[in-house]
Design a protein around this ligand. Structure first.
Ligand code: TYD
Length: 220
């Protein structure tokens, strides 16, 4: 039976450079001969991309936090069933731009009950957690400036204000500290290539060394 693929997520505030790092990582993994799927949330499947447009565009007040989380969960369920699980089961690694930790942080800060959130998540996912999560930490003033430069309409969360985004930063740091086995907190305010090296070194030490280890000698 084929070995299950690894599930790696990238988290962090707005404009923390996740997409650039994910692209670099996907290229490096492909170079190592590892089949790799680059995906994102909200989105990552046909249905989830349709739901994404409802969540990330428009006015901040368009949804209350319960509706917002249920929309995110519907998108997440579709993404899991149609994209993530089939890929992992076929041995493909999945590298995902945001996942459930973003709900824990963003919807958590918007006041959603934690127990409700985890219960819904357990039901839709059978409690799947990533094998590894990189939390990219950057000053939200830097991140929001970068995000605003994109000038796209997907800015519903960007508009939630600088105080909210300062809390997002702290909540991601707390989450990383509370889950040290799964999460690696990295300073994203540094040279892009230096950061890619740190990320790849972590992947190599966790997952690739065993895989690449030479076969034990059969000679006595
Ligand atoms: P994304 O396009 O990745 O934003 P960015 O590129 O600026 O990091 O994600 C869109 C927004 O969706 C982002 O502002 C955070 C929000 N979001 C949540 O609030 N909860 C979630 O569970 C997810 C996946 C995203």
């Amino acid at each position: 039976m084929k070995e299950r693929g690894r599930f790696i997520t990238f988290e962090g505030g707005e404009g923390s450079g996740k997409s650039t790092q994910i692209r670099a990582l996907a290229d490096l993994l492909t170079h190592h001969g590892i089949a790799c799927l680059h995906t994102r949330e909200p989105g990552g499947s046909v249905g989830a991309e349709k739901i994404r447009a409802l969540i990330v565009r428009g006015k901040t007040c368009d949804w209350d936090v319960v509706s917002e989380y249920l929309l995110l969960s519907a998108a997440r369920r579709d993404h899991l069933v149609r994209t993530i699980r089939p890929a992992l089961e076929s041995g493909t690694w999945v590298v995902c731009d945001r996942y459930m930790d973003s709900s824990r942080v963003y919807q958590g800060l918007r006041g959603l009950d934690n127990a409700f959130m985890e219960e819904v998540y357990a039901q839709i996912s059978q409690s799947l957690e990533p094998d590894l999560t990189f939390v990219l930490d950057v000053d939200p003033r830097v991140g929001l400036t970068r995000a605003a430069a994109r000038q796209d309409a997907e800015n519903r969360f960007e508009k939630m204000g600088s105080a909210f985004h300062a809390q997002v930063r702290e909540a991601f740091k707390d989450l990383a500290r509370e889950n040290p086995a799964r999460c690696v907190l990295v300073n994203a305010d540094q040279d892009v290539h230096a950061l890619t090296k740190i990320i790849m070194a972590e992947i190599e030490s966790r997952f690739l060394q065993k895989r690449d280890a030479p076969c034990p000698s059969t000679h006595a």
